[in-house]
Design a protein around this ligand. Structure first.
Ligand SMILES: [Zn+2]
Length: 334
């Protein structure tokens, strides 16, 4: 176990990262018990003491049995010992590593703090960037139908939704480019090539889900998992950083805004924020998310996805999230 001095809230995040990953001891004079986040390594994963993380944010920390709740006036995190599933402000999300326990202390993996929770709780620490040009990627197309359920092909719903999202974004003043505007076959490589050619500020891949289990329904948002961490719900580790991993912190905020807006607008089941190295979100060099906007294999959700009103609700929600993301990261006008 070691102790480090995390920054005061007004210091830049860089300072935090340097301090947390620094190998050597921090000068004793610089430390105070109140400000330090202790860490320890378990199974080659660096963990932080949850109690200290809570104190860092000025949040209350309450553990009862396996559950730890961090709460403040603004945010609430519900974490479960030995589990990768947690809740952040009412939305389900996946940690890279399960909450661990040492003695009576609960521990949170440093990457989950640094690359996921912290940018959502303190978006002001994400570097400012301009988000004006959005690239929409309607999943599948042409010969690649995507899922087909009761004669409804995913590729068509993806295109329909993407067109609605594009129209609303353009009305709100954004520049929008689409990887396809018709029923066209596109490889994943061609989609990423389009991104490289047009250099958007943000990339959103639009999909719908399908499963053999027809009772499964709900909405989920995917972003790329950081290097050295497993995909959500699985154990496929990202061995090295992909271009998309340069935006882990931006992506965390983006996913949280998207999933929040989509659930509020649709009242759909929360399938959570997940992290997986899908090719299109892994290989693009801008903030990116892949949305699964509902299950075509579920009769009820399929009917909704075919309704113009519901399509509008989802599209407006995506645009609201994009707009919040843009406003949060907007460079300060001088
Ligand atoms: Zn798909």
């Amino acid at each position: 176990m070691s102790r480090f001095l995390p920054p005061r809230p007004w210091l830049a995040l860089a300072a935090l990262l340097i301090l947390l990953v620094a190998a050597g001891p921090v000068p004793v004079a610089a430390q105070t018990r109140k400000q330090s986040i202790r860490y320890l390594d378990l199974n080659k994963v660096r963990y932080l003491y949850l109690k200290d993380v809570a104190r860092f944010y000025g949040m209350n920390c309450h553990t009862a049995d396996k559950q730890t709740v961090l709460s403040s006036r603004y945010s609430r995190l519900v974490l479960e010992q030995d589990s990768r599933l947690f809740q952040l402000n009412g939305v389900k999300a996946n940690l890279s590593f399960p909450i661990a326990k040492k003695g009576s202390d609960m521990l949170l993996a440093q990457t989950d703090f640094q690359d996921f929770i912290d940018p959502i709780l303190r978006p002001a620490t994400i570097p400012k960037r301009k988000v004006r040009h959005i690239m929409l990627d309607p999943g599948h197309g042409g010969k690649d139908t995507g899922a087909i359920s009761a004669k409804v092909a995913e590729k068509n719903i993806n295109l329909l939704l993407s067109r609605r999202i594009a129209a609303i974004l353009r009305k709100r003043g954004y520049k929008v480019t689409m990887t396809r505007t018709s029923d066209q076959t596109l490889t994943l490589q061609q989609r990423v090539a389009a991104m490289k050619k047009y250099q958007p500020d943000l990339f959103l891949s639009i999909h719908c889900n399908a499963l053999d289990n027809s009772s499964a329904k709900g909405i989920e948002t995917y972003i790329a998992n950081p290097a050295g961490t497993p995909s959500s719900g699985g154990n496929v580790f990202a061995k090295k950083a992909a271009p998309g991993n340069a935006f882990n912190r931006e992506n965390a905020l983006l996913a949280s805004l998207l999933q929040n807006q989509l659930l509020a607008a649709s009242k759909a089941v929360d399938c959570g924020i997940k992290r997986k190295q899908f090719y299109v979100i892994r290989e693009v060099s801008c903030p990116a998310a892949l949305l699964e906007l509902g299950f075509l294999s579920n009769a009820e959700e399929r009917q909704l996805l075919l309704q113009s009103m519901y399509q509008d609700k989802l599209s407006v929600a995506v645009c609201d999230a994009v707009q919040k993301f843009e406003q949060t990261l907007a460079p300060v006008q001088k």
